[in-house]
Design a protein around this ligand. Structure first.
Ligand SMILES: Cc1cc2nc3c(=O)[nH]c(=O)nc-3n(C[C@H](O)[C@H](O)[C@H](O)COP(=O)(O)OP(=O)(O)OC[C@H]3O[C@@H](n4cnc5c(N)ncnc54)[C@H](O)[C@@H]3O)c2cc1C
Length: 409
């Protein structure tokens, strides 16, 4: 068990025990920094959203001691496939081409909630780390020398704070930090089925993009079910442009019509467990640093769910922030290293994460086949060239955005 840094014990408060907050907290705790996580809910992860874990993320989670059990309970994605709804394979890419660039040359489909359980368990091993549930942060003051946060009826002081309190971040509102969310013109519909699709569709990859003349849908295999994610035009919707997820339950008839179009061979044999549609938006805070407060995860950025990038990017920035903060608190790095983190990670969001998620929706996952066709042609050329495939997969996996060694921000 680690012990706090010697001398004055530097402290960080993390607001929000989602995947991003817990990753930051565990990174700090492992470095010996006393850390308190404030979570407003009585339990972790009441709604579970993300399922895609990219290779770079698995590498960082391995460093935190949680990758192995996550992998054991998930589905390994060894290849990506694009096929028509009638079963013609258009292209396939083997994730194994990433061998040598990562210890985990595959994607993982696993439950975001499972990650929370594993991170919480690891965090509990550090006596200088505390997780306080039912403790909503509702006021914050930055004195310049310390941050004071009011939660659960009392004020608490720390050297720094990390706002990882999600898309509707209270800390962002309290500090007046804007996140202008621009809604996307499409929404996502996620349908869950426990029908084993792989048994009826030979050669189906655990991650498959299905297409026909008017439809685009991705199929994701999890250990006990499949998820079908459709991109649909926004229907008339009276709600204002709030950050995602804005969840709605679509009509059964609409879901049935779509699933029959995507999987014509199944007819009534597709058992639907659940379906939700989500409005999606893009946006990034003007700076990931506001004095002694840092924004990470959905509190800092939103993008399309296509490509499964937003949480993965959040975990990367949280782990990197934790390492740099620990080094600053121990006197190993100057405070300016934190500015470097904020600038670098914002650039990654704007230049890599958001454009790559959007390129999926406007490219090979476009519903309009006339716009999609050139993207599919390009994709087939890439799939035919191992070096180009490796580059494509590395970028889609955010392997090129991982943190440089400490001190090189
Ligand atoms: C349908 C869907 C599918 C997705 N799939 C993927 C995917 O496959 N891959 C991917 O990378 N991303 C995916 N995402 C995005 C991903 O779910 C989010 O990026 C991720 O949950 C962000 O984690 P977070 O920790 O920043 O925020 P959250 O998970 O929202 O956690 C924030 C936490 O802060 C707490 N909190 C809020 N306010 C306060 C307060 N005032 N005081 C204390 N605590 C507070 C909340 O209770 C919550 O526990 C998906 C999103 C959706 C909608």
């Amino acid at each position: 068990m680690n012990s706090p840094l010697s001398g004055r014990s530097p402290r960080v408060i993390v607001v929000g025990a989602g995947p991003v907050g817990l990753t930051a907290a565990l990174t700090l705790a492992r470095a010996g920094v006393a850390v308190t996580v404030l979570e407003r809910s009585p339990e972790l992860g009441s709604h579970s959203l993300a399922t895609t874990f990219h290779p770079a993320t698995l590498d960082l989670l391995a460093g935190l001691g949680v990758a192995e059990p996550l992998i054991t309970g998930g589905t390994l994605v060894d290849r990506l496939q694009w096929r028509t709804c009638r079963g013609r394979v258009l292209a396939e890419m083997n994730m194994g081409l990433l061998t040598g660039m990562t210890d985990h040359p595959f994607r993982l489909h696993a439950d975001q909630g499972r990650l929370l359980t594993l991170l919480e368990r690891e965090l509990a091993r550090h006596r200088h780390a505390q997780l306080r549930l039912v403790c909503a942060a509702d006021a914050i003051t930055d004195t310049g020398a310390q941050v004071h946060i009011h939660a659960g009826g009392q004020w608490e002081a720390a050297d720094y704070a990390i706002a990882a309190d999600g898309a509707h971040s209270t800390i962002r509102s309290l500090l007046g930090v804007p996140l202008a969310a621009t809604p996307y013109p499409t929404q996502a519909l996620r349908v869950l089925t426990d029908t084993p699709l792989q048994q009826r569709l030979p050669g189906l990859a655990p991650l498959t993009y299905l297409q026909d003349r008017t439809l685009s849908c991705s199929l994701r295999q999890l250990p006990d079910h499949w998820q079908l994610v459709f991109r649909l035009p926004l229907t008339k919707d009276p709600s204002p442009a709030t950050p995602h997820p804005t969840q709605r339950r679509p009509s059964r008839a609409a879901v049935t019509a779509l699933t029959r179009q995507a999987l014509p061979g199944f007819g009534k044999n597709l058992r639907i467990l659940d379906a939700h549609s989500y409005r999606l938006a893009r946006g990034v805070v003007p700076s990931l640093r506001h004095g002694r407060v840092f924004f990470a995860g959905d509190a800092a950025h939103l993008t399309s769910t296509a490509g499964g990038l937003n949480m993965n990017a959040g975990l990367q920035e949280a782990a990197e922030l934790g390492e740099i903060l620990a080094a600053v608190l121990s006197g190993g790095l100057p405070d300016a290293a934190l500015d470097g983190w904020a600038t670098r990670r914002r650039r990654i969001l704007l230049q890599a994460v958001i454009p790559r998620a959007e390129a999926q929706v406007a490219g090979v996952q476009d519903r309009d086949r006339h716009r999609r066709r050139p993207a599919v042609t390009r994709l087939r050329a890439i799939a035919a060239d191992p070096a180009a495939t490796r580059d494509y997969l590395a970028k889609a996996s955010l392997l090129d955005t991982i943190s440089p060694p400490i001190g090189h921000t």
